[in-house]
Design a protein. Structure first.
Length: 392
C-alpha cells in the first residue's frame, strides 16, 4: 500500500487546518499532530462523504476523481468508509453506515477533551480508519496507545495504514466494550463510537482520577452527547460537553421490532385518542438540539421516530422497548392542536409530554447542564448536581 507523499502539502488541507485553528477546535498543542497525521492517508479509495445539503452519502472514488477525493478528505465533513458491517459492495450507499471517518472538527475536539499529557497511557475504542489512534500515537509516542476495533477487516486496514504512516499503536481486534486488560491501567479511555451504557471494564481499567471520554445517549434517538467522566473507586461521573452523533458500539445497537409489530392489523382504530397543545415547532427541534437528548434521559425504554412531512402533516411515533406500547402524535400545519393516539400498557405520549414540560420548567437546559454517574448499580443522569439524580 502506498500514498502520495507530495499531497501532504495540499492547499486544501492547509486551509482546513487554518479554519479549525480559527474556530478554536484545533488547539495549538494539537496543531503539530494535525500537520503530521494526514486524514487522507487513512481513507479508502472508495468512500462516501456526507453531503450536508442532500443529507446522504455520495460515492467518491480516488481512481475516477482524485481531485474530488482529496477535496472531500480535506473538508470538515464525516465520511462513511463501510456499510452494513462489510457485507455491502459497489459504489451505491448501503443500508446502514457501520464505519466512518469523523469530521475533523469533532476528532480534534475529542482529542482536546482528553487532556492528555506526556507519558499517559490511553485506550482508544473504535479504531475505524486509524486516524485517531495515529493522532494519539503521534502525541504520546509508541507504547502509550492501545486501539481496539471489533471488525477484523476494518482493524487490518487501519493497522496497515498506521504502519505505512510510521505510527505504531498497539492494535487489538476485539470488542471494545471489554477494553484491553494487558495494557491497563489507563489514564484515559477515548471512545469514537457511541455507547448506551458505559462498560464497567472501562472504569475497572482506568486509574482513579483518570478520564473516560465517550459519545453517550439513550435509545430514544440518535441525539448523543460527549460524556467526560472522572473515574473514582468503582464509579465514574461527570458532565456532558457537547452534542454529537456517532455510530453505535455494535454490542449496544438497538434492535427494534418493525412498525407492524406494534400497530395491529386494524390500525389505530382501537387506540386511546386525545389532543395536545404542544406544537411541531416546539417539539421537532432538529439535530444537535438539547430537547431530544433530554427526553431520552427522562423517558425510559422508549424510541422516537420523526417521519418526513407530507402534505402539511408530520407524524411522530413512539415505541416501547420493553413491551408493545406505542403512540403517535400528528402535527398538521395550521392546526392549533395535534391529535394523539396511544395504545399498550404505557401511555408513551403522556410520558413524553410530561418530560417536555419538565424540560421547559427547568429553563430548557442545554447538554452541558446534564451529567452522568456510573456505578456497579447502573447509570444515573442528573441536572446541574449529581446529588439530584435519577435512574436510567
Amino acid at each position: 500500500m502506498s500514498f502520495d507523499v507530495a499531497q501532504t502539502g495540499r492547499p486544501s488541507r492547509k486551509e482546513l487546518g487554518r479554519v479549525l485553528l480559527e474556530r478554536g477546535v484545533l488547539t495549538p498543542d494539537w496543531a503539530p499532530t494535525f500537520a503530521a497525521v494526514d486524514r487522507a492517508a487513512f481513507l479508502p479509495d472508495l468512500m462516501w462523504p456526507f453531503d450536508m445539503d442532500a443529507g446522504r452519502g455520495v460515492a467518491v472514488d480516488r481512481a475516477d476523481g482524485p481531485d474530488a477525493w482529496y477535496a472531500a478528505a480535506d473538508s470538515n465533513i464525516p465520511i462513511v468508509t463501510q456499510w452494513d458491517d462489510g457485507e455491502h459492495s459497489g459504489p451505491r450507499p448501503g443500508r446502514v453506515s457501520t464505519s466512518s471517518s469523523s469530521m475533523p472538527s469533532v476528532v480534534y475536539t475529542l482529542l482536546h477533551t482528553t487532556a492528555v499529557d506526556d507519558g499517559m497511557n490511553v485506550l482508544d475504542v473504535g479504531t475505524g480508519t486509524g486516524e485517531t489512534a495515529g493522532a494519539l500515537t503521534h502525541r504520546l509516542g509508541r507504547g502509550n496507545v492501545t486501539t481496539v476495533e471489533v471488525d477484523p477487516a476494518v482493524s487490518l486496514r487501519a493497522d496497515e495504514r498506521l504502519r505505512a504512516a510510521g505510527l505504531f499503536p498497539t492494535v487489538v481486534r476485539g470488542d471494545g466494550a471489554g477494553g484491553h486488560v494487558p495494557a491497563a491501567p489507563y489514564d484515559r479511555v477515548l471512545a469514537t463510537v457511541a455507547v448506551r451504557e458505559i462498560p464497567g471494564a472501562w472504569i475497572e481499567q482506568t486509574r482513579p482520577g483518570g478520564l473516560i471520554i465517550a459519545p453517550w445517549g439513550t435509545h430514544y434517538s440518535n441525539a448523543d452527547a460527549v460524556a467526560r467522566l472522572v473515574v473514582g473507586t468503582g464509579e465514574a461521573s461527570g458532565h456532558f460537553t457537547r452534542p454529537v452523533e456517532f455510530m453505535k458500539l455494535r454490542a449496544q445497537r438497538l434492535s427494534l421490532p418493525g412498525h407492524g409489530e406494534y400497530i395491529p392489523a386494524e390500525g389505530m382504530a382501537g387506540a386511546h385518542t386525545s389532543t395536545t397543545e404542544i406544537t411541531e415547532a416546539e417539539f421537532v427541534t432538529g439535530r444537535y438540539t438539547a430537547l431530544p437528548f433530554a427526553l431520552g434521559l427522562r423517558v425510559r425504554d422508549c424510541a422516537q421516530a420523526v417521519a418526513d412531512k407530507r402534505d402539511g402533516a408530520r407524524p411522530v411515533w413512539f415505541y416501547g422497548l420493553g413491551d408493545r406500547s406505542w403512540a403517535c402524535v400528528m402535527f398538521r400545519d395550521g392546526e392549533a392542536e395535534a391529535r394523539v393516539w396511544q395504545s399498550g400498557p404505557r401511555r408513551l405520549w403522556d410520558e413524553v409530554a410530561g418530560a417536555y414540560r419538565w424540560w421547559v420548567g427547568h429553563e430548557r437546559p442545554e447538554h452541558t447542564r446534564f451529567g452522568l454517574t456510573v456505578t456497579a448499580g447502573g447509570q444515573r443522569a442528573w441536572l446541574d448536581d449529581p446529588a439530584h439524580s435519577w435512574a436510567l
